[in-house]
Ligand binder design. Structure first.
Ligand SMILES: NC(=O)C1=CN([C@@H]2O[C@H](COP(=O)(O)OP(=O)(O)OC[C@H]3O[C@@H](n4cnc5c(N)ncnc54)[C@H](O)[C@@H]3O)[C@@H](O)[C@H]2O)C=CC1
Ligand SMILES: O=C(O)[C@H]1O[C@H](OP(=O)(O)OP(=O)(O)OC[C@H]2O[C@@H](n3ccc(=O)[nH]c3=O)[C@H](O)[C@@H]2O)[C@H](O)[C@@H](O)[C@@H]1O
Length: 466
């Protein structure tokens, strides 16, 4: 089966970059990315490529090449579905904030809406691809809706979870470790649908990296991959605390264990805690699924990954308070970074938000400098926690466009995101303009501790005894 038109519902951090790369690599396929958020679509269509709604290194060039040729962004969802042979669902699947499963289960209302809309807008048979991260067995519900609310057309459901990481989305998409495609391997139509999607990726991904499985394995592999990755971060972070008490050095430990080829060196970077839109939500979802099957020990095991992460964020904030003589009330504390990692403008579940919240509870005045995050976004993030009034948040938290202005007069600086540019700051100038003693809390172990100590800073680094 030859695919000539693709529609992707959801123009977010996954839908936008993924479809841009498919369009770049498959110029003969028309790719339409649709979204109900008109402002987001307008931003994707912006003439100024630096104003795209998602910041990812290299993305502007790919969008610049393909947009208007075979890549289109639109809010006409029905039309794009009707035209397409293959429809990707790439909408948000956040943790439920209400009702049964509140705080753990994935909220699938946007997925259901998409399935219903695909059913009603279709005027031909289609392949429907789950690109969103979904609980295992969601395809069953999607198929049920498509088969029972549609116009009699046939649908094949594939699961094709996305493994890109933000900040490196373009390189991950261009050169993925693997592409996973789950489908109905028991029927000829199912196998044909799988092959149609394999053929799309085969334009640039070597065939040995394209794996096909049954749908349930594919859905579950995505949750599992994120759970394993997050588990590594929580494992190293838990040991960072032990290092601080024992004079072992977390870097020496991480290097020593990472040299074991069975363990490997990646994802052993200690930090103030993992953030991002997915690790927490996907593990909570896994925990919920396990509990719903009565697997309580398995659920508790994975939940511990989240508990260690919360502990890591909390102990970082407590370290700041304790080092500032047990009070931060009325003191200026500068945050370098607000995004959940470098090279992205995404702040979802960023550790910075939770550390700020704890310090604001103590009456601190926080000044934030982040090269890619707007002040509005910071206020959205902190208001969302509902800890205090909006007025109070705006009184206590400000953003600064200039890192030196952000640091001037501060009692302490906390590094929350590992932006490379923070290494290059004139630290002597910052020292001269700060309150003494000058304290730095490096939540990313980004800065040169020895150099800063030579200038006169007191430096706290994760997993290193001071
Ligand atoms: N952000 C990431 O790095 C990764 C995310 N994922 C998964 O991909 C999915 C999407 O994530 P993001 O792109 O980050 O979310 P996002 O929130 O950035 O984008 C989702 C978009 O879908 C749109 N949308 C929702 N319902 C719609 C509807 N009925 N019709 C049209 N548009 C609709 C929203 O307006 C929004 O723009 C999630 O399931 C997530 O778990 C998977 C891998 C990586
Ligand atoms: O499903 C998803 O959304 C994606 O989730 C993660 O990608 P992402 O959250 O974008 O970024 P990561 O590089 O995984 O970082 C997540 C968090 O862990 C932190 N981290 C990562 C690695 C590490 O060694 N230490 C550490 O603290 C990062 O700073 C960040 O806050 C996975 O890496 C992707 O494979 C997956 O597709």
């Amino acid at each position: 089966m030859n695919i000539s038109k693709i529609c992707c519902i959801g123009a977010g951090y996954v839908g936008g970059p993924t479809m841009a790369v498919i369009a770049q690599k498959c110029p003969q396929i028309q790719v339409k990315v649709v979204d109900i958020n008109q402002a987001r679509i307008d931003a994707w269509n912006s003439e100024d490529l630096s104003a795209l709604p998602v910041y990812e290194p290299g993305l502007d060039a790919i969008v610049g090449e393909a947009r208007g040729r075979n890549l289109f962004f639109s809010s006409e969802v029905d039309l794009a579905i009707e035209e397409a042979d293959m429809v990707f669902i790439s909408v948000n699947t956040p943790t439920k904030t209400y009702g049964e499963g509140k705080g753990q289960a994935a909220d699938l209302k946007w997925i259901e809406k998409c399935a219903r809309q695909i059913a009603s807008a279709s005027k031909s048979n289609k392949i429907v691809v789950e690109k969103s991260t979904l609980p295992v067995r969601t395809a069953e519900a999607v198929k049920d809706i498509l088969d029972n609310t549609g116009n009699g057309y046939k649908f094949q459901i594939l699961s094709n979870p996305e493994f890109l990481a933000e900040g490196t989305a373009v390189e991950d998409l261009l050169d993925p470790d693997r592409v996973l495609i789950g489908g109905d391997t028991s029927t000829e139509e199912g196998l044909e649908a799988i092959q149609a999607l394999v053929d799309v990726y085969a334009h640039w991904v070597p065939s040995e990296r394209i794996l096909s499985t049954n749908v349930w394995s594919s859905e579950l592999s995505k949750l599992t991959a994120n759970a394993f990755l997050a588990q590594r971060v929580s494992s190293i972070n838990s040991l960072s605390e032990l290092c601080e008490s024992t004079e072992a050095d977390i870097y020496e430990v991480s290097r020593a264990i990472g040299k074991d080829s069975r363990i490997g060196p990646k994802f052993l970077q200690p930090s103030v805690g993992f953030g991002g839109s997915c690790f927490q939500k996907d593990i909570l979802n896994l925990v919920y699924i396990c509990r719903s099957y009565g697997l309580f020990e398995v659920a508790d095991y994975w939940e511990q990954v989240i508990k260690i992460n919360d502990h890591q964020k909390g102990r970082f904030a407590k370290k700041i308070i304790k080092s500032l003589y047990n009070t931060v009330s009325g003191k200026k504390i500068t945050f370098l970074g607000w995004a959940f990692k470098k090279d992205t403008n995404d702040t979802r579940e960023s550790a910075a938000i939770y550390v700020a919240d704890l310090l604001l509870n103590e009456g601190a005045n926080i000044y934030v400098y982040d090269p890619k995050v707007s002040e509005d976004q910071m206020y959205n993030d902190i208001d969302y926690l509902n800890t205090r009034t909006k007025v109070e948040n705006r009184r206590l938290l400000q953003s600064e466009f200039d890192p030196y202005a952000a640091c001037k007069g501060a009692h302490a600086i906390a590094v929350l995101t590992e932006w490379d540019e923070f290494r290059e700051l004139d630290w002597q100038k910052i020292y001269d303009q700060m309150q003494k003693p000058c304290q730095i809390f490096d939540g990313r172990n980004l800065l040169d501790k020895q150099k800063l100590e030579k200038i006169g800073f007191r430096v706290y680094a994760i997993g290193k005894s001071s």
